[in-house]
Ligand binder design. Structure first.
Ligand code: HEM
Length: 205
């Protein structure tokens, strides 16, 4: 059984919300190199993907050794999301300032940067609403806003693929995600048919 103590949880939250951005700023003004800022972009994409993959994988994988780990990881989705936002910010700022890019160049509809900029707008909305205050204000709409991550993943991976001129990773990540979501839907349906108590209950007004 995996347990995370309240102190460990607090530490993980502090790392994601404060220590990570602080370290990225210190890093950026001291020893950052162009290739590290590219790596931050990669890490940001992987965290966005990990966050989205967690739900279907936790529904599909029922192994008693893995399930508790996945259940714990699910409780850290906000922290993972916030960490991906900081990494995206460091990536885009590092690329923009470090390479002296112009707004016109970023917004060129034929280039690869425009896809990153659109994905980045989504990252901003996700980042700014990843707090208790937004959750209270948005109420049931909060979940809908968080579903923006479904759009950010293909856009960010397309931006990266176009930048690299190599589309295998784009197809693999998005293909795997669609396959997992279909499998999640199918397995949930089968389970609720064999055990009607597992079927989603109508929301009480
Ligand atoms: C306005 C926003 C953005 C700017 C200005 C920007 C800038 C760039 C640039 C210049 C490159 C080419 C790097 C190279 O020469 O290899 C790049 C690649 C990349 N970007 Fe962005 N980006 C933005 C948004 C994003 C977002 C939102 C993500 C992910 C969440 C992301 C992830 C990546 C990845 C994974 C690569 C490919 C890295 C590689 O070559 O392996 N970017 N970006």
């Amino acid at each position: 059984m995996i347990t995370v103590t309240p102190t460990q949880r607090k530490l993980i939250q502090l790392t994601s919300f404060y220590f990570l951005p602080l370290s990225l700023v210190i890093f950026a003004v001291t020893l950052a190199t162009d290739s590290i800022f590219v790596k931050f972009g990669e890490l940001a994409v992987y965290l966005v993907a990990a966050n989205l993959f967690l739900k279907p994988v936790s529904v599909l994988v029922r192994h008693p050794l893995v399930q508790p780990l996945l259940a714990q990881a699910m409780t850290f989705r906000r922290e993972i999301g916030v960490a991906s936002f900081w990494l995206y910010l460091a990536h885009s700022m590092g690329m923009f300032l470090g390479r002296g890019l112009s707004i016109d160049f970023v917004l060129n509809p034929k280039g690869f940067l425009i896809w990153g900029a659109i994905a980045g707008s989504g990252m901003w909305i996700l980042g700014l609403t990843s707090n208790n205050f937004s959750q209270r204000i948005l109420k049931r709409n909060w979940k809908k806003v968080q579903m923006l991550a479904y759009v950010v993943l293909p856009l960010a991976t397309f931006h990266a693929a176009k930048a690299e001129g190599e589309y295998a990773k784009f197809i693999l990540i998005n293909g795997a995600f669609v396959a997992l979501k279909v499998a999640q839907w199918w397995v949930t349906k089968k389970r609720s048919m064999s055990n009607p108590q597992l079927a989603p209950q109508p929301v009480k007004q």
